[in-house]
Design a protein around this ligand. Structure first.
Ligand code: C5P
Length: 401
């Protein structure tokens, strides 16, 4: 891969993963990409300016109020000279300051002053990553067009396990390449919104209502659309499958969050709603863990309907995507139910599949689907989910051509 002639402004923020920024610089330089580094206030506790300068073969900046820096290369000029700003690692603190539009050090100031695309690679403790504040900040940044790579799940420096590890440098490099050298393809210049995975509807802080969706089909569709050149926003419920390369992933938990993130991602040319959204949520989730009292009857859960994301996106209006595709997982009367669902939801196509337990499809690696359009139904053979995704992406590209 070559990134010759391209320039990245790499913002390194404070965190134990900052050492991986050194490897990222090495990979970028090997690909021919120019790299200039900016250190956030706390990053210097983890990596030295000297190592960044040596590897990037370029001056590293860290001081907003340096008269020499400002006269040689002002903070506006730093981003002007770059094709892409990359924040790796992106700490919870820097992401929060970006979301709030703060400019209290050189790193946050260049990020606020730029009109160039921004890619962030978050890295933090699992609880910080899952905190509502970080979730809300990430949704806000994604809605503003900030691209995200990672984090990955695994053992962490704080002796915990979960999502929060910085994406590996080759994955960050691939995300950078996808932005700097956009894939040519029939969907180049199109924006696709994909929902995927289950939603979790809280009962109390530790319990939730969920379903068996793995996110495999939705994630494969996001990857297939990106491979045809589309810019893809993937709004995903909690899943164990990895992020597709070159796709912006917006992580949510509940149906209400999924709807808000999907609407925030508009406008889009294409929407594919593959998520298994919970139909109901608990009317008022308890703020504290519900106690089991010996002898007392189990608590009754009052459920209320969740918003229908597919129907909302399909409703006529200025932001309706040109092509809206829904899914119908049915256990009986597949074709009739799917056709009725297409009409009821107002979407253009329905991908229908039989999820009766005998098929073993739900959560599996394969899918056997029928494509229901305005002109009728097509039966597709049983295929790996990645092949179903490629076939659907090709159909979408043909429909939009
Ligand atoms: O109504 P049902 O759940 O069977 O419809 C399935 C389709 O509707 C899927 O495309 C799913 O992503 C979408 N859906 C949604 N929001 C809901 C329920 C379903 O987007 N609340």
């Amino acid at each position: 891969m070559t990134l010759a002639g391209k320039r990245v402004l790499l913002v390194v923020s404070g965190g134990i993963a900052a050492y991986k920024a050194l490897e990222l610089i090495r990979l970028l330089r090997a690909a021919g990409c120019g790299v200039t580094c900016v250190l956030s206030r706390s990053a210097a506790q983890f990596v030295t300016k000297l190592s960044l300068q040596a590897l990037s073969e370029s001056r590293t900046y860290d001081d907003l109020f340096s008269l020499t820096d400002e006269s040689e290369m002002g903070h506006i000029q730093l981003s002007r000279a770059a094709d892409l700003l990359v924040v790796a690692p992106a700490s919870a603190d820097l992401l929060a300051r970006m979301a709030a539009g703060m400019a209290d050090d050189l790193a946050s100031t260049v990020l606020l002053a730029t009109d160039k695309p921004v890619l962030v690679a978050p890295a933090m403790n699992v609880r910080m990553w899952q905190h509502e504040a970080t979730v809300a900040n990430m949704a806000l940044l994604a809605a503003r067009g900030v691209r995200v790579v990672g984090p990955e799940e695994g053992p962490m420096a704080c002796n915990e396990f979960g999502p929060g590890r910085l994406a590996e440098p080759p994955a960050i490099l691939a995300a950078i390449a996808a932005l700097l050298v956009p894939a040519a393809g029939p969907l180049a210049g199109r924006h696709a919104l994909v929902t995927s995975g289950p939603t979790h509807e809280p009962i109390d802080p530790v319990r939730y209502i969920a379903n068996r969706s793995s996110g495999r089909q939705g994630h494969a569709i996001a990857a297939a659309l990106a491979a045809l050149g589309a810019r893809v926003s993937l709004v995903s419920g909690p899943v164990g499958v990895p992020d597709p390369p070159g796709v912006t992933v917006i992580r949510v938990e509940t149906a209400q969050q999924m709807l808000a993130a999907s609407l925030a991602a508009l406008p889009a040319d294409i929407a594919v709603c593959a998520a298994a959204v919970a139909d109901w949520r608990v009317a008022s989730a308890a703020g504290r863990k519900i106690k089991k009292t010996p002898g007392a009857p189990p608590p009754a859960l009052e459920l209320v309907a969740n918003p229908d994301i597919l129907a909302t996106l399909s409703a006529p209006g200025p932001t309706r995507p040109r092509l809206v595709v829904g899914f119908a997982a049915e256990t009986d009367a597949l074709a009739e139910n799917a056709a009725a669902k297409r009409a009821r939801k107002g979407c253009d196509w329905i991908v229908a599949n039989d999820v009766s337990p005998a098929t073993g499809i739900m959560g599996g690696e394969e899918n056997s689907v029928h494509l229901i359009t305005a002109t009728g139904a097509e039966d597709w053979p049983r295929l790996p989910k990645s092949d179903v995704a490629r076939r659907l992406a090709a159909r979408i590209a043909a429909a939009l051509a």
